[in-house]
Design a protein. Structure first.
Lengths: 482, 434
């Protein structure tokens, strides 16, 4: 390889560009978790009675559970009593009516992230429900969405204004006792997004939430609930960046999607949380439970994710295909560098007749990172003519990293057709040579090949995200090859 | 759970009486191995579905019967003859015990020794020290632990360096008694540049029994071992057969696994590959009725330049359940590894199930690894094609299913064994008389 070791060293050791801390006074609970904290949290948020019961039920269940240990991950023990479970920016009482009233420092934060809110309005394509720590501080494009009948608001607001909807659907996809982190989230979640698309409505714009983890020692527990009623359509974008911190921060989110008859939900994620420094110090623990239920006939859910950040990722966006003819899709690019670890994949549970699912997973592992695909395709006896195609490819960059593939295929229906393919290889010397021969630098050649490797997934992303994703990949990977 | 505890307890209390009679009591190294196995079994009993490697195979049925070792009994020679290959040496283990009288070893060349494990442990135990328990440890799982504590006999085959077995050697594992506990431990030493072909055949004239067989194979440099396993156990038998291999540099190991019998069977084939060695694992499992056939393989690429190829096929009918778990691990430093794994399954009935779990675990970048899995049914077009040529639908399906399975039988180079396997296969797809 032509690139000198020094150059590579420089490129690999690039600082995390999005790392900074915003100085904001925060109204924060002291660290610790017990039933009183949950009661207080529920009270602070002025929640209906059923929510408190829901939280307490989850908390009691959580206390009986143990952290999952089956993943191909090395996790330092987490002290759940050392985390503060609530943190709100001061301006909570008098919520801003427009962007002018928003704390300028906060706006500055978004600017540094390259998401200037004040420009968003003009861009008109995206309504941003920005979550800063745990309380939503700005919501845009409400008016236009209201016209269409779409409800897009923080889940805490939905609990005030649409308690019946929340009560009906919350926890119906991911029950309180589903797994350790989901139970914890159900007990202590502070905020997140709520989306309801009424019957027959095609959401007029792409919905987007940007998450930030800010105040130190604050675990963030997001809760997202999206309901697409009969014949509706929505595309939801989720993007994440976090400031540089030395302490491991826990993020245990839960995302629930419900698609009724003929409804379609497209959920895209670009995740670029702080991965820790090159020695593996710091970084976000990203333990997320994402699940969708295609409840109606002909419904469709599509997950697309680009995972480049976090010290540890433990995430399996899943589809339960209940309705006949429903479709589940999962497109993923997971990149790990340095000492990052990722154990990610999907579950496709086929229950309805003629259900189809596609899984395309691309894992890239560089440095000393470990990247695992773990997926389940389950075809129940009732799922006649179910169809699945799974393709998971891994690319290895460097001889200290690891790439693992653990697919599970369980079929109880003879008319089902299930295919799984996986390959693991490194970037071919021939390809690199070919590109360099045509005048590309080794860096550009690697970037080009990796982008080509991921193309199948990137083409599923909305335009804005596709650009961001490619840039992220470039930053995370450039020079990792030698 | 209580059943499991009771069952483990009854095995452990029976072990008190059994232990003094087991071979090698005076060998501290063997006693150490046995003690480890016994301790592991005492702690957790038989493997259960909470263990990742056992999640698809429930052994709780084992807890309903307490199987006990039996003494050697008379055997129906004519019946046994139908499984015996003509053009091969043979060793017969009846209920887990080596029976010299039934074995046919005349003409064996000097460099090859075939002996009873109990006999070697009585006469020259030092020869086995450091070899027994080298390819697999009790920590693997509790059936290996159980085998290590309980084994009373088995066969030890050693091929000296640069020597060759001139004919295949067939090992007939025969069970004649109902509720028998058949535990055998076999050791295969194929030294540097030696070659051998081994054919294992598991049959039973009794109805229900429990086989726990463990093979350890140690291959020297540039040695070659071809191993066939024909698992034709009785319909209600429970079978565990593990083959654990350690391959020295440049060695070649090929295993052909045919799992056709038993109510519940689990096969383990694990191989550790040293530099530039090659490993081929082929397998076919055909299950019907309420059969449950689990095939577990693991290939550890520990050093550079090794090649592995794996191909398993499954045919599941009626209420049968098939499991394939294949794992390829490429260790750090095992550059230039080349590995392929393939598993294809045919589901023939609405009540059949297949669970497959191919795994790649790679700690290295300069590798070429792939795996593929398919699950499906017979192509309607193919059935229609045959029907349009005047073949009735049932026959058409049988022809196609047989053809699917036959691909694996075709890979068997030993013509006589192939004949035996085809006969067994054809019996499972009747109505093919054209």
């Amino acid at each position: 390889m032509s690139t000198s070791a020094q150059e590579i060293e420089n490129l690999i050791s690039q600082e995390y560009k999005q790392g900074f801390v915003t100085e904001l006074e925060a109204d924060t609970f002291p660290p610790g978790l017990d039933e009183d904290v949950i009661r207080r949290l529920s009270k602070v948020k002025n929640e209906p009675e059923f929510m408190l019961e829901y939280r307490l039920k989850a908390f009691r269940h959580w206390q009986t559970m143990n952290e999952p240990d089956w993943a191909q991950l090395k996790i330092d023990p987490i002290d759940y009593q050392a985390i503060s479970y609530y943190s709100a920016p001061k301006s909570k009482k008098d919520k801003p009516k427009s962007l002018d009233e928003v704390d300028p420092e906060l706006l500055e934060t978004y600017k540094k992230l390259g998401i200037p809110l004040d420009e968003q309005e003009r861009l008109a394509g995206i309504a941003v429900d920005a979550v800063f720590d745990s309380v939503s501080v700005a919501t845009t494009f409400k008016g236009k969405l209201k016209e269409a009948g779409v409800i897009f608001c923080p889940i805490s607001e939905a609990l005030q204004e649409h308690p019946e909807l929340v009560k009906q659907y919350l926890g119906s996809v991911v029950p309180v006792g589903d797994n350790f982190f989901a139970a914890l989230n159900s007990a202590v979640f502070t905020d997140g997004s709520f989306v309801y698309i009424p019957k027959g409505v095609r959401c007029p714009m792409e919905l987007s939430t940007y998450f930030r983890i800010n105040a130190a020692n604050t675990g963030q527990f997001e809760r997202t609930l999206i309901i697409a009623d009969e014949g509706s359509h929505v595309s939801y974008l989720e993007g994440c960046t976090a400031p540089m911190r030395d302490e491991n921060q826990l993020h245990a989110a839960v995302v629930e999607l419900v698609a009724l008859e003929n409804a379609q939900i497209k959920y895209s994620t670009v995740q670029n949380w702080y991965p820790g420094d090159k020695d593996g110090v710091g970084g976000i623990y990203n333990f997320v439970t994402k699940r969708a239920e295609c409840r109606g006939r002909n419904s469709k859910v599509s997950w697309t994710q680009v995972e480049t950040g976090s010290a540890i990722t433990w995430k399996y966006p899943s589809c339960v295909l209940l309705g006949d003819d429903s479709v589940g899709e999962f497109y993923s690019v997971a990149l790990t560098n340095n000492l990052q670890q990722a154990d990610t994949g999907t579950k496709m549970i086929h229950i309805g007749k003629n259900t189809r699912s596609t899984i395309v997973s691309k894992g890239i592992s560089a440095g000393k990172a470990q990247n695992t695909y773990r997926g389940l395709v389950k075809v129940a006896k009732s799922a006649e003519n179910a169809r699945n195609h799974t393709q998971c490819d891994s690319l290895l960059v460097g001889d200290k990293c690891g790439a693992h593939t653990f697919p599970y295929v369980e079929v109880k229906q003879p008319s089902a057709q299930v295919e799984h393919e996986a390959t693991t290889s490194k970037i071919s010397e021939d390809q690199l040579f070919f590109c360099q021969q045509r005048g590309l630098s080794a860096e550009d050649a690697v970037s080009m090949i990796v982008n080509g490797f991921c193309k199948e997934v990137f083409k599923e992303l909305p335009m804005e995200f596709a650009v961001e994703a490619q840039a992220l990949l470039g930053i995370s990977l450039e020079g990792a090859v030698g | 759970m209580i059943a499991a505890e009771q069952s483990a307890y009854s095995y452990l209390s029976a072990y008190q009486d059994l232990a003094p009679s087991l071979p090698g009591v005076d060998q501290p190294w063997l006693q150490q191995l046995r003690a480890e196995g016994l301790a592991a079994f005492a702690e957790r009993g038989f493997p259960n579905i909470r263990e990742e490697e056992w999640r698809y195979t429930n052994l709780s049925a084992l807890n309903k019967t307490v199987f006990a070792p039996v003494a050697e009994q008379g055997i129906d020679a004519a019946w046994l003859q139908s499984y015996r290959l003509e053009d091969a040496y043979s060793v017969v283990l009846v209920n887990g015990r080596y029976v010299a009288g039934l074995s046919a070893l005349s003409g064996l060349n000097d460099g090859v020794s075939v002996r009873s494990l109990a006999e070697v442990l009585a006469q020259n135990p030092a020869a086995l020290a450091g070899k027994l328990g080298q390819a697999v440890a009790s920590s693997e799982h509790n059936l290996v632990a159980f085998n290590t504590a309980w084994f009373a006999d088995g066969v030890v085959i050693e091929v000296a360096a640069k020597q060759q077995l001139d004919k295949p050697l067939q090992i007939l594992h025969v069970v004649t008694e109902a509720n028998a506990l058949v535990v055998s431990r076999n050791l295969f030493l194929v030294n540097d540049q030696a070659e051998a072909e081994i054919i294992e055949t598991y049959v039973g004239s009794a109805d229900s029994y429990f086989t726990v067989s463990v093979n350890e194979c140690l291959l020297g440099r540039n040695a070659g071992l071809t191993f066939y396993k024909a698992q034709l156990e009785a319909a209600k038998a429970q079978h565990f057969g593990g083959t654990y291999v350690k391959q020295a540099p440049d060695s070649r190991f090929a295993h052909h696994n045919f799992a056709l019998g038993s109510l519940l069977a689990r096969s383990d084939i694990h191989s550790d590959l040293d530099k530039a060695s090659a490993c081929t694992l082929n397998g076919l499992f055909v299950a019907s009725g309420r059969q449950h056939l689990d095939n577990h393989t693991r290939i550890n690429h520990l050093q550079p330049y090794a090649i592995s190829r794996e191909f398993y096929k499954g045919v599941l009918d009626k209420k049968a359940r098939g499991v394939f778990q294949g794992r390829v691990v490429v260790a750090e430093g095992a550059q230039h590894t080349d590995s392929e794994m393939n598993n294809r399954n045919l589901l023939l009935s609405a009540d059949a199930e297949v669970d497959t779990k191919p795994q790649l675990e790679i700690y290295n970048d300069d590798v070429k690894c792939s795996h593929g899995v398919t699950v499906g049914q017979l192509e309607e077009k193919s059935v229609f094609y045959l029907q349009s040529r005047g073949v009735d639908a049932e026959t058409a399906r049988n022809i196609l299913t047989f053809a699917f399975a036959n691909e694996m039988a075709d890979k068997v180079e030993n013509a006589e064994l192939k004949g035996l396997l085809l006969q067994e296969l054809l019996a499972r797809f009747p109505a093919m008389n054209l």
